[in-house]
Design a protein around this ligand. Structure first.
Ligand SMILES: NC(=O)c1ccc[n+]([C@@H]2O[C@H](COP(=O)([O-])OP(=O)(O)OC[C@H]3O[C@@H](n4cnc5c(N)ncnc54)[C@H](O)[C@@H]3O)[C@@H](O)[C@H]2O)c1
Length: 240
């Protein structure tokens, strides 16, 4: 029997896939399940891409299709965080975070969505956060705003692409430690403990152990009737 998680013959593109992050874990998980995987990031990946730049994303997607003939799965794990009080954040800083996290997600989904719609098949997985529909005690207004936007962009594109056989969903991680984004939390163990205590499981997310399963669900035939959804991968944090 073929596993519903089998990705044999499928082509996947993972953006934000430099070593050490959730994107790199996604790339490994997809390859382990049979997909041909192309990784991209600003640096340290097979391809270079800047998700804030339309032509950079268009070239990346066109290159993958030219080389592999199709594009079945896109994971957009590119993201930036800005930990700053609202009254110390410049408009330029705010807009940069929104540009990468929200506009970049939309650009990637638009470019991939066109290819997938023409094929009649595709899976787009966007990364939001446990803070998608709430905020935390740390001042990150640009990050919270951008990631809330990712949820509704996901739903909107799911509606537009659904009739063409393309699903669009979000993963909403709690705190996965360590990645490049969360490494700095190591300097504040009491904050890590606070995050762990917010969860029902009483621990932080382990990038090597806790991310691949939910990612594979949304990227594979196992989720053929799931679209426009947010899957919280947060140890129960959002369920209290
Ligand atoms: N680690 C966590 O606890 C956590 C929690 C919630 C959400 N997330 C989200 O998951 C995603 C991955 O986070 P991570 O923890 O692996 O962080 P990370 O910093 O390791 O990975 C993010 C990657 O995005 C890349 N990137 C940044 N700007 C880019 C751009 N303009 N174009 C292309 N790539 C760009 C970075 O180079 C980096 O490799 C992010 O969207 C993040 O917001 C992470």
């Amino acid at each position: 029997m073929v596993s519903p998680f089998d990705l044999d013959g499928q082509v996947a593109l993972v953006i934000g896939a430099a070593p050490g992050g959730l994107g790199a874990r996604a790339a490994s998980a997809l390859a382990d399940h049979g997909a041909t995987v192309v990784t991209a990031d600003l640096a340290d990946a097979e391809r270079t891409v800047d998700v804030t730049d339309e032509s950079s994303v268009a070239d990346l997607v066109a290159g993958v299709v030219a080389e592999h003939g199709r594009l079945d799965v896109v994971v957009n794990a590119a993201g930036v965080m800005l930990r700053k009080a609202y009254d110390e954040t410049s408009v330029e800083e705010f807009e940069h975070v929104v540009r990468v996290n929200l506009t970049g997600t939309w650009i990637v989904a638009r470019e991939a969505g066109r290819v997938m719609a023409a094929q009649g098949h595709g899976r787009i997985v966007n990364l939001t956060t446990v803070y998608a529909e709430r905020v935390g005690p740390v001042p990150e207004s640009a990050y919270y705003a951008s990631k809330a936007g990712v949820v509704n962009v996901t739903r909107a594109l799911a509606a537009e692409l659904g009739p063409r056989g393309v699903t669009v969903n979000c993963l909403a991680p709690g705190v996965f430690y360590p990645t490049k984004m969360t490494a700095a939390l190591g300097a504040a163990p009491e904050r890590l403990e606070w995050f762990a205590n917010r969860t029902m499981l009483g621990r932080l997310g382990d990038p090597d152990r806790d991310f691949a399963g939910p990612l594979l669900l949304l990227a594979s035939p196992a989720s053929s009737y799931v679209t426009g959804q947010v899957l919280y991968v947060d140890g129960g944090w959002s369920a209290w």
